[in-house]
Design a protein around this ligand. Structure first.
Ligand code: DON
Length: 298
């Protein structure tokens, strides 16, 4: 990497902009209207510097990238054992919206698939989600009410998952209320810089690199990054780890975060998705960053 960091990040964006494969998420009508060509990349360093290039001012809903952060908050509030009693840590190898419950216990296999994330959400109240996400981002995040309403209209599958969870005694709250809250959590608005700094907070063992606030204890950051490593990219987790080799999480609005302990947080945004629900350009960008910056374990 010879050029200064912002120039290098712009070069990576440019090099990945010819990737035009993939489709917009069609199951949430508001997301199907997104501009498919949006493209942005950000890096947040452990010393608190943030670089963002491309469509860095565009805000989009956080979607599944909210899952590791909600998991972190539930771990802080309830402790590891109480969370593990309800949600496991094994990769499911299934799609994100699969009803993957352990047949013996009814527990969701992990907190990154919807079943696990809905359970984790049921362990947090709305104020805690708002305050906890604000601490990770270093600013208050608003809900996109239109995306929230649009997704709720078509949330039959998540309702089905929530009813199954209550049937197994994994959640106690009313399924419609939990799905409403979980969908609000997914509808929080972020830009690529917010995501990079949120990822950097995990990479920094729980300390926000800009505010200096300890948002979560070190053991929580370790638990979350471990689960992101094995489950963050759903049924593409194996491909992702062999090619990129860092803990990551994707969302259906086109965001991808990567957190590299000691090195910082990265985030890419581009709305077209591959068959696993991961941003096609986002994956390309991270493959390139990993190669150039030697991020992989080996
Ligand atoms: O539960 C859902 O369907 C969405 N709100 C979040 C899904 C998501 O982002 C999956 N990630 N690729």
């Amino acid at each position: 990497m010879r050029s200064p960091l912002p120039d290098y990040l712009s070069e990576v964006l440019q090099a990945c902009s010819d990737e035009d494969g993939g489709e917009l998420a069609a199951y949430i009508p508001e997301l199907a209207d997104a501009d498919p060509d949006r493209l942005a990349l950000a890096l947040s360093t452990p010393s608190g510097t943030r670089y963002a290039v491309g469509d860095a001012d565009v805000r989009f809903t956080i979607q599944s990238i909210s899952k590791p952060f909600a998991y972190a908050l539930a771990l802080v509030d309830h402790g590891l054992d109480a969370v593990l009693e309800r949600v496991g840590v094994e990769p499911s190898g299934d799609a994100f919206n699969e009803i993957s419950l352990d047949p013996a216990t009814g527990r969701p296999l992990n907190p990154m698939i919807n079943a696990g994330a809905i359970t984790v959400h049921s362990m947090l109240d709305a104020d805690r989600v708002q305050a906890g996400f604000a601490a990770f981002a270093g600013r208050d995040l608003e809900v996109d009410e239109e995306v929230h309403a649009s997704e709720l209209e078509s949330a039959d599958r998540n309702h089905a998952i929530a009813y199954m969870l209550r049937n197994h005694g994994i959640i106690e709250a009313k399924p419609t209320e939990v799905v409403d809250g979980y969908t609000r959590q997914c509808s929080l608005l972020v830009d690529v810089g917010d995501l990079a700094v949120m990822a950097a907070t995990l990479a920094n063992a729980g300390v926000h690199p800009e505010t200096g606030e300890r948002v979560v204890p070190r053991w929580v950051a370790r638990q979350v990054l471990s689960v992101m490593t094995t489950c963050g990219m759903y049924d593409a987790a194996g491909d992702w780890f062999t090619l990129v080799g860092i803990p990551a999480k994707s969302g259906v609005s086109g965001g991808v975060i990567g957190a590299l302990p000691g090195k910082g947080g990265f985030a890419a945004f581009s709305p077209r998705l591959d068959e696993h629900g991961n941003s096609t350009r986002g994956v390309r960008i991270f493959e390139r960053l990993s190669r150039d910056m030697g991020m992989h374990l080996m």
